[in-house]
Design a protein around this ligand. Structure first.
Ligand SMILES: [Zn+2]
Length: 109
């Protein structure tokens, strides 16, 4: 498991407040897959809005949300796309080298 971002700044919207942990890929879905355990620090607003959505579903939801400004939407898009790519890259590295997540029990397949 990896934790992305800082506990005082929302990874998604950038708001500075005491953040909560969001399971980027919700535990209720795909929980057996190792990379889906990754966590990002996010504000309470984003965490409750995202709920059990997958990250790109959350992005679509944000982008169609009438109360969120275009500028904020741009920030969400950049943060979420970057995060998903980073998680995929870290998971790929882990499969290749096997040591990125040394503190987590190794699972093959
Ligand atoms: Zn936020």
């Amino acid at each position: 498991m990896k934790v992305y971002g800082r506990n005082d700044k929302c990874f998604y919207c950038g708001k500075e407040e005491a953040c909560t942990k969001d399971h980027v890929f919700p535990r209720s879905k795909l929980h057996r897959q190792h990379k889906y355990r990754d966590i990002a620090w996010v504000c309470r607003f984003c965490n409750s809005l995202k709920g059990a959505m997958m990250p790109l579903d959350f992005l679509s939801y944000i982008e169609s949300h009438p109360a969120i400004t275009d500028e904020a939407k741009k920030r969400y898009r950049q943060a979420i796309v970057t995060l998903v790519k980073k998680i995929e890259e870290d998971a790929r590295m882990e499969r290749t080298f096997g040591t990125v997540y040394a503190s987590y029990p190794q699972k093959q397949n």
